[in-house]
Write a protein that binds this ligand. Structure first.
Ligand code: NOJ
Length: 438
């Protein structure tokens, strides 16, 4: 396999998952800090209070990244470190911390790729109505403007919202994540607000005339029809539109997917003036960021709602976390994205494989399975590039074991580096050396 010379090799991670220091230096609580202290919400009641202690060890971690040969590090800013109690008062210590981290990355030739919102909404936002509040868009705008004004000249790649389909949709409709709501009607409204908040951040970014580029990172499954029945193909197209197009269409084209407009189950739940909202606020984002873990399958279902059901293709190998291994998906997805949203560069902003910890730290360093996962996905990407897909970078999830979001706690190993959670020692795994060579 081969890759262009300027291809960006990175890893991804997120604030809540590795930082720790959850109440230090003026930081406010996030919704994950709040829920993880409530019994029964997170597996084994594990919290992010210490996590990987990255806040106290980021200098050491940047050195680890340097040794790994990273060209870019994707990370998120914790909104509650910047605005701990409300949109009125900014916390200087939070801004200073991220600025120092960015400076250290740049000094080692590592491009920072920063996300504004990776699931950890401030607790005050939740108390005031969260994403459903009519003020949400303005809170996000204020936060984005502050961050861009201070850090925008140093960071080339920005992301507004990580995985809104999970961060917003699944968290409001299916209770998958904090704030654990289960209300589909509410979820559609929250999603619409999420898109407007994304627009607001892109508007601020453009107003400041910054040198970088901006996106929202979308969790994508290339969706396949379960059988050759044309009805199943239609179901697959609809699932693709609802899961991915729901975000990428408004973010790149300024409207919701055409194919969904005849589905009242979704469209009737949008606010009356939704089209005007989009038309008046739309600013296209600059590139596409995709998190790819698993493919999706759909079959027609006459349910009067979404008219499809999701099927799990259990013939595929699966990791302990639940992701199905299908590297070819990266090829198909690249072709689909190139055809549907022409002219936009695409970054794979996450891809990885979760294994359950089995408790023997030495043995857990031998992660040949992760090497296979990386190699096969890169092969597929390289093939896609040869077929003309504008893939510009790959970020492996993740640099070190983390506090897995989505209520998984510290039970899964996704890291190129192992964390000993008792001593916080970092030890590179076999896959670390493989990725270093790549
Ligand atoms: C996607 C999310 O962005 C990240 O937070 C999570 O840990 C990984 N997937 C693995 O589930």
């Amino acid at each position: 396999m081969s890759f262009p010379k300027n291809f960006i090799w990175g890893t991804a991670s997120a604030a809540y998952q590795i930082e720790g220091a959850y109440n230090e230096d003026g930081k406010g609580l996030s919704i994950w800090d709040f829920y993880s202290h409530e019994k029964g919400k997170i597996l084994h009641n594990e919290t992010g209070d210490v996590a990987c202690d990255h806040i106290h060890r980021y200098k050491e971690d940047v050195q680890l990244m340097k040794q790994l040969g990273l060209r870019a590090f994707r990370f998120s800013i914790s909104w509650s470190r910047i605005y701990p109690n409300g949109p009125e008062e900014v916390c200087e210590a939070g801004l200073a911390y991220y600025e120092d981290m960015i400076d250290r990355l740049l000094a080692e030739g590592i491009e920072p790729f920063f996300d504004l919102w990776h699931c950890d909404l401030p607790y005050w936002v939740m108390e005031r109505g969260a994403v459903l509040s009519p003020e949400f868009v303005e809170w996000f705008r204020v936060y984005a403007r502050t961050v861009f004004t201070r850090l925008g000249r140093k960071v080339k790649y920005w992301c507004t919202i990580n995985e809104p389909s999970i961060n917003i949709m699944a968290s409001y409709a299916y209770g998958a994540n904090a704030p654990f709501h289960e209300n589909f009607d509410e979820a559609i409204l929250a999603c619409h607000n999420g898109i407007l908040a994304h627009y607001a951040a892109v508007q601020e970014f453009k107003k400041l005339n910054l040198p970088g580029q901006i996106t929202s990172v979308i969790h994508m499954e290339p969706v396949y029809a379960w059988t050759i029945d044309p009805k199943d193909q239609e179901a697959a197209d609809r699932k693709q539109a609802f899961y991915t197009g729901w975000w990428l269409d408004p973010m790149l084209k300024g409207h919701y997917p055409e194919i969904l407009k005849d589905y009242p189950y979704i469209m009737d739940k949008l606010p009356e003036n939704y089209q005007k909202d989009l038309e008046e606020n739309f600013v296209p984002m600059d590139f596409i960021g995709i998190n790819y873990y698993s493919p999706g399958y759909a079959r027609y279902k006459d349910d009067g709602e979404l008219y499809y059901e999701t099927i799990h293709n259990t013939a595929l190998p699966r990791d302990d976390y639940g992701f199905f291994f299908y590297p070819e998906g990266l090829f198909d997805m690249g072709i689909y994205l190139k055809q549907t949203y022409p002219g936009k560069d695409i970054f794979i902003t996450e891809n990885g494989f979760g294994k359950k910890k089995w408790g023997n730290l030495d043995e857990e360093l031998e992660d040949d399975y992760r090497i296979d996962v990386i190699r096969e996905h890169l092969r597929s990407m390289s093939r896609a590039i040869q077929a003309g897909v504008p893939y510009k970078g790959y970020f492996h999830w993740t640099i070190m074991d983390t506090n897995e979001l989505y209520a998984g706690g510290y039970n899964y190993m996704f890291g190129l580096t192992q964390i000993n959670y008792e001593t916080l020692e970092r030890r590179p795994r076999k896959s670390w050396y493989y990725y270093q060579k790549v």
